[in-house]
Design a protein around this ligand. Sequence first.
Ligand code: SF4
Ligand code: FES
Length: 257
Amino acid sequence: MNFKLEIWRQFESGQDGAFESFEVTDIAPDASFLEMLDQLNERLSHEKKRTVAFDSDCREGICGSCSLVIDGNPHGPRQVTSCQTYMRDFIDGATIKVEPFRSNTLPVIRDLVTDRSALDRVIRAGGYISTTTGPQPEPNSMLVAPAVQEEAMDAAICIGCGACVAACPNGAAMLFTGAKVTHLNLLPQGQPERESRAISMVNQMDEEGFGGCTNYGECSRVCPQDISLDVIGMLNREYRKAAVGKKPKNPPKMVAQ
Ligand code: SF4
Ligand code: FES
């Protein structure tokens, strides 16, 4: 397969950037989008030209580092990560536009690489889960209702990629933060810091300059992990309850099996 690529080039943070065109030829349909960029970089390197900077790590949809906007969509045309996007998903001969995630809170470092450390600082603001020392109870003695466990695990699969922020017209990080708060606040282990976690993470979002949520829903549409908008409702409820100093009324149900 052959493609024409329009790739965002920016030498470093704060500088002006521009699109540069490249032709790539003989690309296998089963090559991933990142493998196609590898092929381009190999050629540029042989030609002694500056290669295209982009982020990746696991290349299995786990780490969340492959932050590309492909043809206007964070991560590309399908609701999967850029590293799980394959060239067979595009029409042979197509022109493909490749940009970094665009948001004030995710500044470009070089070309397609953005600084997503604001998301890490939001997680860090949530703090640790406290634990007791000494002999621990048998894990199976801490029972969690299957429905609660499922809800928590559905939120826990957020990979922190930041596509939700890039897609949001307000640059909000509510889906990401909602996923983290939902995951931890539903489980028994997350109860001691339940209130402080919600307050600290929301405060950190504000401090970082993420926008507010006005229910566009673009975040969930592009999320490669299919995180539901429900987590935003959970975050709002947790924050409000914590802000007025009330104990949450719906602690996770423990059921005997
Ligand atoms: S909520 Fe989805 S889009 Fe946002 S950081 Fe998590 S996995 Fe990525
Ligand atoms: S490189 Fe890890 S999710 Fe894409």
